[in-house]
Design a binder for this molecule. Structure first.
Ligand SMILES: Cc1cc2nc3c(=O)[nH]c(=O)nc-3n(C[C@H](O)[C@H](O)[C@H](O)COP(=O)(O)OP(=O)(O)OC[C@H]3O[C@@H](n4cnc5c(N)ncnc54)[C@H](O)[C@@H]3O)c2cc1C
Length: 495
């Protein structure tokens, strides 16, 4: 294990506020998961978490249920009250303004600096919001939904509104629309493009989702933008669209996506690889291009093994896994103990509709082919390269085995015999992999080869313990159910 005695310095300086072996910026789920896991792995290390957030770490996916009254404020906590204290994680409230990477300290707003042995940037993301010049964007009742404060505000208002406008074409907008419909609120949904979820869904999949939401009562306005907000004595009274329509509403909810908070990469004394909209570039051990500095969660751009492109995975589950991995590396565990992140995946529920996307769902690869099946409101699409799966979309009432399908892609299995079950949504991952496992054991005992990826997947250091303890506090949200599934899957595999 590394020693960081070199950071104990500068005690003569008035502004010096101490040092720690591990300093974490941000107390979102990536930051706190990393801190708790680091404590488990390194009982004696000094851990400091600096955050400008005024409340403990919350389960952000559950904010939607909180807004509609299904959960209370206390149920939002991601970890039990007092976790930081019991785990000896020192929390400092403040904003980190700059990193001095040569002398290894961070500068706080208003003066003061803190030395670090290793530094984790878990600064998350910020909401895109509405364009700066949009008329009426400052009226009371225009809410960009991203932080707890926005949802506290929304919850207070929802009982007094009849009509709401939701702006945005992604999952965040969809989940907001369905929550409002569930409360019986008339909801107008504005999508800039012809389809929703255009990054991960083809037209047919998008049509299934939109039909489902329309059936639940939403008024969907495709290829329509809000170009202005009309007010009455300072509060929202309606929106004006690109078609010059005036649609009455008392709230405008903005769900137009997020971007990573890369300011500390910009304010670092050594050049750090990042792009403003794409995040801070890290390798598979979450190391940035600056020695001793790591990044995890919504701010970290990790390599997509299918495309070779660095991209963020702004999802709860990804932030938890990355927090665990960063902790392992920062506390000096061997890199081989950190399982590979593999391809992205996402599972959620939109009302009755279970949605799953895995890998490269639109199959944008040279030579790839597509197979699709749709029947009575369900849709499945396989993208294949030779006989290997590279992307998968599933929409239907039954949940698909997302983790198993991810594994098919990550490990490059031939799916020649699995096309039909994957298309029909009847693929049984547990059965398939237990058969594979038996074949592998036989191959090993008879001297056959096994895939190196296989052993990484079965690494004892997979972050099960950490994820499991975290899930105790998770209400049933999309992220929760996704992670829970992973756990039960791991347990059933017996690892
Ligand atoms: C409303 C909402 C709903 C969501 N729903 C889902 C869902 O259903 N399923 C799913 O998988 N994902 C969902 N997500 C995404 C998921 O919640 C995020 O991917 C995850 O929470 C990111 O965690 P993080 O720790 O990386 O960042 P964040 O939670 O953004 O935390 C970053 C922290 O860093 C602090 N910080 C930033 N800069 C500084 C600085 N310079 N100095 C000090 N502190 C700083 C911030 O104040 C913040 O507290 C949702 C997100 C939101 C906002």
């Amino acid at each position: 294990m590394q020693s960081y005695s070199s950071v104990v310095a500068r005690t003569q300086d008035q502004r010096y506020q101490g040092s720690a072996d591990i300093v974490i910026v941000g107390n979102g789920i990536a930051g706190l998961t990393a801190a708790v896991e680091a404590r488990r792995l390194a009982p004696d290390m000094r851990i400091v978490m600096i955050t400008e957030q005024c409340h403990p770490t919350i389960n952000t996916p559950a904010l939607k249920q909180f807004a509609t009254g299904k959960l209370e404020r206390e149920q939002l906590l991601a970890y039990p009250v007092g976790t930081e204290r019991s785990q000896r994680i020192q929390v400092l409230h403040g904003r980190v303004e700059e990193i001095n990477a040569q002398s290894k300290y961070v500068c706080l707003q208003g003066g003061g600096y803190i030395g670090y042995g290793v530094l984790l940037l878990a600064t998350g993301s910020t909401a895109n919001g509405l364009p700066e010049n949009l008329p009426g964007r400052d009226f009371d009742g225009v809410l960009t939904l991203h932080r707890l404060q926005n949802y506290l505000d929304l919850r207070r208002r929802l009982n007094e509104v009849d009509e709401v406008a939701v702006v945005g074409g992604g999952l965040h907008a969809i989940e907001t629309v369905t929550s409002l419909l569930h409360m019986g609120i008339q909801t107008h949904w504005f999508i800039r493009r012809k389809t929703c979820l255009s990054r991960v869904m083809d037209q047919r999949a998008s049509a299934v989702v939109m039909k489902h939401i329309e059936k639940a009562g939403a008024r969907i306005h495709c290829e329509t933008e809000v170009v202005g907000i009309v007010g009455s004595v300072g509060t929202v009274a309606g929106v004006v669209t690109t078609y010059n329509q005036l649609i009455s509403c008392q709230l405008v909810l903005v769900c137009t996506g997020t971007r990573p908070v890369t300011t500390l990469a910009e304010h670092c004394t050594l050049p750090m690889m990042y792009e403003r909209d794409r995040g801070i570039f890290v390798n598979n051990q979450l190391r940035t291009s600056v020695p001793g500095i790591y990044a995890a969660g919504d701010v970290a751009a990790i390599n997509n093994p299918q495309t070779g492109v660095h991209e963020i995975r702004a999802q709860w589950y990804a932030a938890v896994v990355q927090g665990c991995s960063a902790a392992a590396i920062m506390t000096g565990q061997h890199p081989s103990t950190v399982p590979p992140f593999g391809v992205p995946w996402h599972a959620t529920r939109i009302g009755e509709l279970a949605m799953l996307t895995v890998g490269n769902p639109l199959g944008r690869a040279e030579g790839s082919i597509t197979l699709a099946d749709s029947n009575k409101g369900t849709y499945r699409r396989l993208s294949l390269l030779d006989d290997r799966l590279i992307g998968y979309i599933s929409l239907g009432t039954a949940r698909s085995d997302g983790l198993a399908i991810k594994r098919l892609i990550d490990e490059g299995h031939s799916i020649r015999a699995l096309k039909e079950p994957l298309l029909k949504g009847t693929f049984d991952g547990r059965k398939y992999f237990s058969q594979q496992h038996s074949t592998t054991v036989i191959a090993m005992t008879t001297g056959g080869n096994t895939s190196p990826l296989h052993s990484l997947y079965h690494s004892p250091a997979a972050p099960g313990t950490m994820v499991e303890s975290m899930l105790v506090a998770l209400p049933s949200s999309s992220a929760g159910s996704q992670s829970r599934k992973l756990l039960s899957y791991d347990r059933k595999r017996g690892h």
